[in-house]
Design a protein around this ligand. Structure first.
Ligand SMILES: *[C@@H]1O[C@H](CO)[C@@H](O)[C@H](O)[C@H]1NC(C)=O
Ligand SMILES: *[C@@H]1O[C@H](CO)[C@@H](O)[C@H](O)[C@H]1NC(C)=O
Ligand SMILES: *[C@@H]1O[C@H](CO)[C@@H](O)[C@H](O)[C@H]1NC(C)=O
Ligand SMILES: *[C@@H]1O[C@H](CO)[C@@H](O)[C@H](O)[C@H]1NC(C)=O
Length: 476
């Protein structure tokens, strides 16, 4: 099988939420472009930064990738199982605007770690030796790191108390059936300030301030595991009416492995992936899962919140991340224990591709808005009313304009940590001259709804998003 046929494996579907007009539609109207034939590594994690560069990491113990460390640097690690002396790079910085990349000198193994960009824009790695943990930025600016292999606890970064480890029995309870179906838990910051944690087939709501579980959600019907290694995916759906006193928060989980998939796969028996999605209103007093069936079975899908409020599900063991212009980058896929480029059915994937959702099609250029103000990288404060000026070549339909903020996530292993989309309330449009318009949007009221840091701001008109601009959301 050629490399091209691996590509066609990357099928996508869309779930629409803002428009409420469709549930599942094929994303076949979008298009693919090859950005780089060879970025040298198989990107396992991706993080978009506010300078429009994407940091991509791979593990370091897989043998040599196809890229050298800069300036003749080498790394000595007598414990590495393949490369005791390693002069290759396992991470890159990709420049979205110029479509170029450079090797980074990251000298530790970030395999199966988690990460986040702190409010000051710095990417930070792990606080402790954990594999397969998830993290989330908190309203106070710290990061919570949850679970991981044989870590039945959580901690904070940076730490402000010793010893800093807090027990989480839920994490060991979901490590049942002799299989660790509790890895890379799906962690979402709820709108009440508590942290929603899903592992295996269950979820809890954790009050991390008082260190108590305040709610236990029902099990997903069917009792099959959804988190890693069963590898379904999850998003917190777009938050709307965020100025209202009671904001609703709904979580969507799709795919996963049939009961026993992982144990069976070790015996080379492969069970079909799950074809169901489950949705739950995590803010409801009596929350219930609602089940839906996807057009395809999937495992290791990535779920990406798109600026128009739809969720893109990309199949196929890669990592995918939204960039400012609305495209989705897709890279990395390695079905082997090493970098195997020849003589195998599915070679290690070194290509970097971009998926352009249908909204980028030039046929929509006449209704596509362009944000003129605020300026890129501008500072905005909680609750601030901000005039957003935009232009649009064609007529503007007044009640079909939305302003949205998207938090750039850390994309790994089918779960995008810190992914968040908020639809801002906005008032009536003021028509200026020459196809220019003003609309006043109100920033999120508090860091509970949107932890401070960099967000992409999009204007959406008739379902077609503008290019994003970076804004830096801060407290006074
Ligand atoms: C990358 O692959 C190319 C083509 O196979 C090869 O010529 C080059 O030496 C490789 N570079 C590294 C650093 O492995
Ligand atoms: C899943 O498999 C385990 C062991 O193979 C079994 O004990 C359990 O009942 C199964 N659960 C479901 C919901 O089928
Ligand atoms: C969540 O609540 C909204 C608003 O009440 C409703 O439209 C939606 O169907 C609910 N979803 C679930 C999964 O119950
Ligand atoms: C992949 O590469 C490794 C190391 O070079 C080698 O030992 C292994 O046999 C290769 N696997 C396959 C399936 O070719």
């Amino acid at each position: 099988m050629s490399k091209t046929s691996v590509l066609s494996f990357l099928l996508c579907i869309l779930l629409c939420f803002i428009s409420q007009q469709c549930m599942f539609t094929s994303a076949a109207q979008g298009s693919w472009a090859l950005l780089q034939e060879n970025i040298g590594i198989a990107a396992m994690h991706m993080q978009l930064l506010n300078n429009d560069r994407v940091i991509m990491f791979d593990r370091t113990d897989f043998g040599p990738p196809n890229l050298s460390l800069p300036n003749g640097n080498c790394r000595n690690d007598p414990n590495d199982r393949t490369l005791k002396v390693d002069c290759t790079a396992h991470s890159i910085e990709y420049n979205v605007l110029s479509n170029t990349f450079r090797a980074l000198t990251v000298q530790t193994d970030v395999w199966c770690s988690s990460g986040a960009v702190m409010a000051n824009g710095m990417p930070n790695g792990l606080a402790a030796a954990r594999w397969y943990a998830s993290d989330h930025i908190l309203p106070d600016g710290r990061m919570i790191i949850v679970g991981g292999r044989r870590q039945f606890n959580y901690e904070f970064y940076p730490k402000n108390t010793a010893p800093g480890l807090f027990s989480l029995p839920f994490s060991s309870e979901t490590n049942d059936r002799g299989v660790e179906n509790n890895l890379y838990p799906f962690v979402h910051l709820n709108v009440d300030g508590n942290v929603f944690i899903f592992a295996n087939n269950r979820a809890i709501l954790l009050d991390y301030v008082n260190k108590v579980v305040v709610k236990t959600y029902p099990m997903i019907p069917g009792a099959e595991a959804r988190s890693y290694p069963s590898t379904g995916s999850s998003v917190l759906l777009p938050l709307k009416n965020i100025q209202a006193p009671n904001v609703h928060a709904e979580v969507l989980i799709c795919g996963g492995g049939a009961n026993g998939s992982y144990t069976q796969s070790l015996k080379k028996k492969f069970l079909p992936a799950l074809e169901t999605c489950a949705r739950i209103n995590i803010t409801d007093p009596n929350p219930r899962w609602v089940m839906e069936t996807m057009p395809l079975r999937r495992v290791m899908g990535d779920m990406i919140l798109l600026p128009d409020g739809s969720v893109l599900i990309i199949n196929g063991a890669a990592s995918a991340g939204l960039v400012r212009d609305g495209r989705v980058l897709v890279a990395g896929s390695n079905p082997h224990a090493y970098y195997n480029f020849t003589g195998v059915l599915y070679p290690t994937e070194l290509r970097l591709e971009a998926f352009s959702p249908e909204y980028l099609n030039p046929t929509f250029d006449n209704i596509r808005p362009t944000i003129v103000a605020p300026v890129n990288q501008g500072i905005l404060y909680y609750g601030q009313k901000q005039k957003v000026r935009f232009s649009c070549p064609g007529p503007v339909i007044q009640n079909q304009v939305e302003v949205a903020l998207v938090a750039p996530p850390f994309v790994t292993h089918s779960f995008s940590q810190n992914q968040r989309l908020l639809v801002l309330g906005n008032n009536r449009i003021i028509v200026l001259r020459n196809n220019y318009y003003d609309v006043e949007a109100t920033m999120p009221p508090s860091p509970i709804l949107a932890p401070s840091g960099f967000y992409l701001m999009y204007m959406i008109h008739q379902g077609i998003p503008s290019q994003g601009i970076w804004i830096n959301l801060k407290g006074h």
